[in-house]
Design a protein around this ligand. Sequence first.
Ligand code: SAM
Length: 217
Amino acid sequence: MILNEYSSKRLKMVETQIIPRGVKDIRVINAMKKVPRHLFLDEALWPQAYEDYPSPIGEKQTISQPYIVALMTELLDLKGHERILEIGTGSGYQTAILAEVAEQVYSIERIPALAKRARKMLDDLKYTNIIITISDGTLGWREYSPFDGIIVTAAAPIAPKTLLAQLKPGSRLVIPVGEEFVQDLIVYTREDGDSFSKENYGGCRFVKLIGEQGWRG
Ligand code: SAM
């Protein structure tokens, strides 16, 4: 299949899965139209790259459903000048979407093979505003903190305290929180000092966030 056919599938994905479900941020919509999601999957999975479900990326991990990627990005409420921390690089697809709508993305992945593959694809696509490291993302990235937003793309039993502490005042942590097989998508906004407001955006299902302030394994 030639690249043009993937572009039209991508456009259709945005028009049938993203916009009708209420995503309005034009910068997020444009990023979803632009980033070639199929390239973040094994070639055998390219035909299903723009379908309405998650797909395997190896190492027992998944790339999230396109709508969830768009929704979580929109919930960060970005204008373009922000420095964002992402926990769970995975395939690097969400990282690329973030790189389209923020100034700088810091991304942490615990599985070296995934981080390496994501790095290569993001380099091939010429992203220059992404730094990836391999470590336990539940502990954040103190060197570059505080952040204008933090997104966690794996499910946590509770919001890690360290991540909340690495948010700037007024900034948001977008994170699935709950049990092993079902979670709620939660947005924590840092108010003054150490107080946080909390909003629930409904049910979702992610693989486990494994680490010191996550699941044990
Ligand atoms: N956003 C990714 C994408 O677009 O492909 C999908 C992420 S996948 C649902 C969750 C990822 O979180 C996995 O790659 C997993 O290895 C990673 N992960 C789990 N616990 C982690 C931790 N403590 N620190 C960093 N990454 C972690």
